[in-house]
Design a binder for this molecule. Structure first.
Ligand code: ADP
Ligand code: XUL
Length: 532
């Protein structure tokens, strides 16, 4: 690329609590970052943490129009900050996984003819058949999950096809629920997008295809064949394949930005839109994860993910197509009780201060003198359990811990769960293992120290906390280079390597090896108690 230094590539991240953007130049240097917080900057949508939790406590949605308005606000902010859109050669992005957007019949026409004098949220206000989009925090579809597994021939069979057994938040089960409870809205929908493909549609001015990687989180796609699974689609809702549109490789260039962006913001007409993907796949790209690394994302949800070559789906965790290499896969485990639970305990035990939360971690010993806790404020995904469970060194249940003990029990419990479940998926910590941390809480060194101790491995971070946005800016650049056959790792070779943040304390192995066994046994016991 001749004008490489002048080029710019954008990665948007439509996450649970905010919309973020990262801009890089042709040398992969970050040149701009910006964000819009849904709760505080778009208060008219009255969300908490970017979502509405409905009265059944299981249904969780976000207004689709809020995401559109957030894009208006973000682009205006960038313009006010003097961002030069004329340098943007390509855009890509990510979205919280599994969420679905139901476009009303006629919305394609509207997308095709966006009037550059108006804001997107004004133009698209009548474009959604369902105002409130189901999101990943929803767990109201147990009935649909059971029915899908029965139709397909069991949980393992479904995992063999789609990479996961049936999960409540997975898009197919959400669609099945909407079809049953809101048949009019379903039939009024001409297209159902994921949050990621909805976002790329906004840039394209046309319905964008769902990419293989995010498409793997729907319980609808055959991850080996990389096409919709007939049996799953048929079991979900009638004529669904038409509403879903085509699938596309995650590395595909979908087209150029709509004239709306050229005329309103000065994007070049030739600016490409590269397929958007899920936020966890985007983070895998942003951290330039290598085979053997383990990534831990500490955002609204906590996730653990790995690069894998040879997937063996089981009834625990998920296998997704890899977002940067179509011949590879990634494994992922998701924990719903992430940041919100840490924030609750911070508010209750540390006066709302991360500094005091951190000092509690520093002043308590590794292993917490045998006190162990599991904090599932809402129904957890892995393991499927709810409630707060505290055990003292003698293994007896206790009703409360001292504040500092509570803070350490929470963080240790969260990381023990991650290690136990990563090992159940077959992951082994060996000499040279790198744990790569990202997400909001990865800025907290004391939390990372516990992570490092529990995994007995060094923890690395990248400079940019928004790894999904950064990864999608890299993907945008790679989308242009891919035409020349260049691999993602070649394209990003000169990007800064993750930096060592913390090493495990001496003695960590001796403390946490027995605690892992205790944690596993207590979790088994808890699940058995739940079944009784
Ligand atoms: P998402 O992308 O899912 O919207 P982020 O990855 O940006 O979320 O993470 C946001 C979260 O990071 C906040 O909800 C907050 O709990 C957490 N966070 C921010 N700063 C700290 C800190 N110093 N220590 C621990 N957690 C933090
Ligand atoms: C992953 C998952 C969450 C969302 C929101 O399976 O449900 O991590 O992607 O971040």
């Amino acid at each position: 690329m001749a004008e490489v230094a002048d080029s710019c590539f954008l990665g948007f991240d439509f996450s649970t609590q905010q919309l973020k953007v990262v801009a890089i130049d042709g040398h992969l240097a970050v040149v701009h970052q910006s964000s819009v917080q849904f709760d505080s900057e778009l208060p008219e949508f009255r969300t908490h943490g970017g979502v509405h939790i409905h009265s059944d406590q299981l249904t969780v949605t976000s207004p689709a129009l809020m995401w559109v308005k957030a894009l208006d606000v973000l682009l205006e902010k960038m313009r006010s900050a003097g961002f030069d859109f004329s340098r943007v050669k390509a855009v890509s992005g990510s979205g919280q996984q599994h969420g679905s957007v139901f476009w009303r019949t006629g919305a394609r026409q509207t997308l095709n003819h966006l009037d550059p004098r108006k804001h997107l949220h004004v133009l698209l206000q009548d474009s959604f058949a369902l105002q409130d989009s189901p999101v990943w925090m929803d767990s109201s579809t147990s009935g649909q999950c059971q029915s899908l597994e029965e139709t397909v021939g069991g949980a393992q069979r479904l995992a063999d096809i789609t990479g996961s057994r049936a999960y409540e938040r997975f898009t197919g089960n959400q669609i099945a629920k909407i079809y049953r409870l809101k048949p009019n809205e379903f039939s009024e929908s001409e297209r159902i997008s994921l949050v990621s493909s909805f976002a790329s549609s906004l840039f394209l001015g046309e319905y964008a295809a769902i990419d293989y990687s995010d498409g793997s989180g729907m319980n609808l796609m055959d991850i080996g064949e990389k096409r919709w699974s007939q049996v799953c689609v048929n079991a979900t809702a009638p004529a669904l394949a038409e509403k879903l549109g085509d699938l596309t490789p995650s590395t595909a260039v979908l087209g150029c930005v709509s004239p709306y962006y050229t005329e309103r913001y000065g994007f070049p007409q030739s600016c490409k839109v590269l397929a958007f993907t899920g936020d966890n796949p985007g983070s895998l790209a942003g951290m330039r994860l290598r085979e053997g690394d383990l990534a831990v994302s500490l955002g609204t949800s906590d996730t653990v993910f790995l690069w894998i070559q040879d997937p063996k789906p089981t009834v625990e965790g998920h296998i997704f197509c890899n977002p940067v290499d179509c011949s590879a896969y990634m494994a992922l485990i998701c924990f719903k009780n992430g940041s919100f639970t840490r924030e609750r305990i911070r508010n209750e035990c540390a006066g709302g201060s991360w500094e005091l939360f951190s000092s509690a971690l520093r002043s308590t010993p590794m292993g917490n003198n045998g006190n162990l806790g599991m904090y599932f404020d809402v129904m957890e995904i892995t393991p499927p359990a709810v409630g707060v469970h505290r055990f003292n060194a003698e293994g007896q249940r206790v009703a409360a811990f001292d504040r500092e003990v509570e803070i350490r029990a929470l963080v240790e419990g969260q990381f023990l769960a991650k290690r136990v479940h990563a090992e159940k998926l077959g992951y082994k910590i060996i000499q040279g293992t790198r744990v790569l941390a990202t997400g909001g809480a990865s800025s907290n060194k004391d939390i990372l120290q516990v992570l490092s101790d529990v995994f007995n491995a060094p923890v690395y971070t990248i400079d940019v906390p928004n790894s999904a946005g950064l990864g999608c800016a890299y993907r945008a650049l790679h989308g242009l280079m891919a035409e020349t056959g260049q691999s993602f790792s070649e394209t990003t070779r000169s990007a800064p390597d993750p930096q060592l943040a913390v090493r495990p304390e001496p003695g960590a192995l001796e403390v946490y090896a027995p605690l892992m066994l205790r944690y596993t046994a207590l979790e088994d016991q808890l699940l058995n108690d739940c079944k009784l």
